[in-house]
Ligand binder design. Structure first.
Ligand code: UTP
Length: 408
């Protein structure tokens, strides 16, 4: 892209400040900035004008989950169906690890975080160990796809190499990168992270299927005969991956997707909750829950919106193909965004200073029309690490690991 073309594109979106330091850049930096302007989708910034409109216009109703008593009654049946599918190579794991993990405050990818006390226990190690339980039970390796982003790809890949993939079969692991989106201040002006570089951040965990498709990995999925993709977050160190019971229950239900859920610990717990939005299975975010929804009861007298998602979903691949061209909603998330101050010096803000734009995996559930929410025991399966201390932290996850007999 030429300077004139970049100027016109930036002018159209009200972003001419991107060229403020252009004359100070050397030739290579100039070319890199023009290329970045060419590749950046500034139209995403328009979402600031109609924030969170989707849920405001939807009619919300409760969605029951398959509860633990039923699962326990049918455990053998579900385990059999799940193990069969895994043994036939129909189930793959997809780790969504492209996030920045800013709340944890480490410069390294979150999967490299060491939660050990007496010896190193990395978050990635815990995930691989959990997946290995299923590998041992099924007697086959589960294909394992790992999503990273521009910001953490190289470190993640070299960490896994250095750690010998924590004993996993490297020929069954594939890495891929997700796409990036610009980050902006509260007025919708994109930040610059360097004089010749627009601030970008990973575009949320919802773009994983499209990213897999674009890099050719969905061809690999077809070649291997994979029918189900189990996507999960990096930060839950008790995460059960390719869990035969969950896989079996979802397959038996005939639904296009399944969502692991936990019974909420408090009416205002900060988890997204399964619901029906305009009759379709959806997840309502905690900040969208009104007091009426929090206090609503079902016919058993239990809270009607009581099953929080833990970012562990199973998707039928051929149904994802059906919705791949649907445009997922863009969520606007307030975050700390490294940027330049008014004198052009780089700063790392202590407090949120703007917006990132993210598509979320939970919106894929809605697009797919059918979903089985499956209750799991939160004390055994839910130990998310979002923060250093307090709720959902390294401390709370360590305690949950201890309760589950995991030595740290
Ligand atoms: P979070 O919502 O906790 O976001 O991610 P985050 O960016 O990692 O953390 P903070 O908010 O900056 O502290 C939930 C899961 O989604 C993945 C994360 O890696 C994590 O597994 N994720 C998030 C992506 O893969 N890509 C993204 O763009 C965002």
């Amino acid at each position: 892209m030429t300077y004139q073309e970049a100027y016109r594109k930036l002018e159209e979106y009200g972003q001419l400040h991107v060229l403020k330091y252009y004359d100070e850049l050397d030739e290579t930096q100039k070319q890199q900035l023009l290329q970045q302007v060419d590749e950046t989708d500034f139209s995403i910034l328009k979402n600031l004008q109609h924030r969170d409109a989707a849920f405001q216009t939807s009619e919300i109703a409760p969605m029951p989950a398959m509860e633990l008593d039923e699962i326990n009654r049918r455990r053998d049946e579900f385990t059999g169906i799940g193990l069969d599918a895994i043994r036939q190579g129909k189930v793959a794991a997809v780790l969504l690890a492209g996030g920045m993990g800013t709340r944890l405050g480490s410069d390294d990818p979150k999967c490299m975080y060491d939660i050990g006390l007496t010896h190193p226990v990395y978050i990635m190690q815990r995930l691989v160990e959990n997946l290995m339980d299923v590998v041992r039970q099924a007697g086959v390796y589960v294909p394992f796809f790992i999503m990273t982003s521009d910001k953490n790809h190289d470190k993640t890949v070299s960490f896994m190499e250095k750690m010998n993939y924590f004993g996993y079969d490297p020929s069954m692991i594939w890495f891929f990168k997700q796409e990036m989106a610009p980050a902006a201040d509260y007025e919708g002006k994109v930040y610059m992270e360097e004089k010749g570089r627009i601030s970008t951040s990973p575009n949320g965990n919802g773009g994983w299927f499209l990213s897999m498709k674009r890099c050719g990995l969905i061809d690999k999925v077809h070649e291997l005969g994979i029918e189900w993709l189990n996507t999960f977050a990096v930060d839950n160190v008790l995460q059960r991956i390719a869990d035969p019971v969950f896989v079996g229950a979802t397959i038996a239900s005939g639904c296009a997707s399944g969502a692991k859920t936990v019974r909420k610990a408090a009416r205002d717990e900060r988890v997204g909750v399964m619901c029906l939005a305009d009759g379709k299975p959806s997840i309502i975010e905690y900040y969208e829950m009104t007091p009426e929804l929090m206090d609503a009861k079902n016919e058993k007298g239990d809270p009607a919106y009581n099953f929080g998602v833990i970012m562990n979903y199973l998707f039928r691949e051929k149904d994802l193909e059906r919705i791949v061209d649907e445009v997922l909603p863009v969520h606007i998330v307030e975050k700390k965004i490294p940027c330049l101050d008014e004198n052009g010096n780089p700063v790392s803000p202590e407090e949120p200073n703007g917006y990132k734009f993210e598509q979320l995996v939970l919106d894929m559930v809605r697009e797919l029309d059918t979903c089985l929410p499956v209750e799991v025991d939160r004390a055994r399966e839910f130990a998310p690490i979002k923060n250093k201390t307090g709720i959902d932290s390294v401390e709370s996850a360590r305690e949950l690991c201890r309760q589950n007999g995991i030595e740290l």
